[in-house]
Design a protein around this ligand. Structure first.
Ligand code: 0T9
Length: 383
């Protein structure tokens, strides 16, 4: 059936025509109301930690092989949240709110069963093109993820192809006192179902996890490949330096997988419930400041949720005009917007080092260094 409300069919087909003829940045295009999500892209990094126990378990591994497997298990287990959540909660993929420069999102997952608290901080570090930087830390366990991401979109035979740009670095404190770093790359997305107004995501190509003496390659396939099932993957973990044997796991990332070489039984299983992040204000009072996502977009989100699209569009225009004016004032005064939590760097030495001798491409990437300045309200959550 056609998922587009009758009154919006015209605007949906104009929207599709517009995306077919442009490439690059879809995020700033105006889409019909039925496809709008009330959630800003600054909230998406929370998907990395909706199973906080798997994130914490990386620190509990006893050997480097166990650790590399724990990193892979946590990574694979985030994919269902990252790429199917909107379909499950809203019936299809939706267009997220396009974050403003300097937009902030803070949150945490409470301690439970001794796994420790995990805190999340996101900052929109660029508006044009949209780039989101984030850090997720479980300080008591000594596990930290710092990353950034952007997208390059194109249109091909009725689908949107999204190339993700950016990477993340996971740092784990070792019982011996040292630390280990892993570089993670991001999958390519194909957005199908556009014609029917019911878009959904399939992953393709490969991602890499390199570090701790291992290189993991995750190959993604949809319907009609390996097993013929949607959301299939095959992950191969290879010890570096030669000699060791590969470990292979296969399955569907939104369900489960098992070892097909170098191990036995179930590898990952995401049929258990996930834990949504708790948003928290970053002001000393505990309130949300004007650049914090849920404060900034409050009325736009309300309008979208309640079907009051006049309110949503009026408020969206107001925010966009305010931001435009801010940029003009900066140009006029010869100043620049100062990022609050991150510092841009042209090259990431950790990425360069770990991508060496692997098939990770490109071999060089820029990065955003976290200034290590958690707001007090989150610092208090780390104890
Ligand atoms: C990083 C994730 C990313 C962000 C989203 C492509 C997309 C914006 C980026 C890659 C997260 O870790 C994982 C999940 C979903 C991705 C979004 C899906 C999507 O459709 C949007 C783009 C910009 C659109 O909104 C396209 C138009 C829309 C009508 C299709 C639903």
């Amino acid at each position: 059936g056609d998922a587009v409300p009758v009154a919006q069919r015209g605007s949906w087909s104009s929207f599709l025509k517009a995306i077919a003829s442009m490439s690059g940045d879809l995020s700033s295009m105006t889409a019909p109301p039925f496809i709008l999500s009330p959630v800003s892209l600054t909230e998406y990094p929370a998907y990395w930690c909706e199973r906080p126990e798997l994130f914490a378990q990386i620190a509990d591994a006893k050997t480097s092989e166990e650790r590399a497997l724990a990193v892979l298990r946590w990574f694979i287990s985030t994919l269902k949240g990252q790429y199917t959540t909107r379909n499950e909660s809203a019936g299809s993929e939706k267009k997220p709110l396009n974050p403003a420069l300097g937009e902030l999102f803070y949150g945490y997952w409470p301690d439970k069963d001794g796994r420790g608290q995990t805190t999340l901080l996101t900052e929109q570090v660029s508006h044009h093109p949209p780039i989101t930087a984030y850090v997720i830390e479980n300080e008591s366990k000594g596990v930290k993820l710092v990353g950034h991401n952007a997208q390059k979109t194109s249109f091909s035979t009725g689908s949107i192809i999204v190339k993700q740009i950016g990477h993340a670095v996971l740092t784990v404190k070792l019982p011996s006192g040292g630390e280990e770093k892993y570089v993670l790359t991001l999958p390519r997305l194909r957005i199908d179902g556009l014609w029917y107004g019911a878009p959904y995501i399939e992953l393709s190509e490969s991602t890499y996890i390199a570090g701790g003496g291992y290189v993991g390659v995750i190959d993604y396939k949809g319907k009609g490949y390996f097993s013929g099932k949607s959301h299939s993957f095959k992950a191969t973990l290879t010890p570096q330096g030669g000699g060791g044997k590969d470990i292979v796991v296969e399955g569907t990332w939104h369900q489960n997988s098992k070892f097909t070489s170098g191990g036995h039984g179930i590898f990952h299983d995401v049929s258990t419930p996930k834990e949504i992040v708790t948003a928290i204000g970053g002001e000393p009072s505990g309130e949300m400041g004007p650049m914090e996502t849920r404060k900034l977009w409050e009325l736009v989100a309300k309008g979208i949720r309640e079907g009051d699209f006049d309110l949503a569009s009026k408020e969206k225009t107001r925010i966009e005009n305010e931001m435009r004016q801010r940029r003009k004032d900066e140009t006029a005064s010869g100043t620049q917007w100062e990022l609050k939590h991150f510092k841009p760097l042209d090259v990431d030495p950790v990425y360069e080092k770990l991508a060496q001798n692997t098939k990770i491409a490109p071999s060089s990437e820029d990065t955003y260094v976290f200034r290590n300045n958690w707001p007090e309200t989150l610092q208090a959550k780390k104890k």
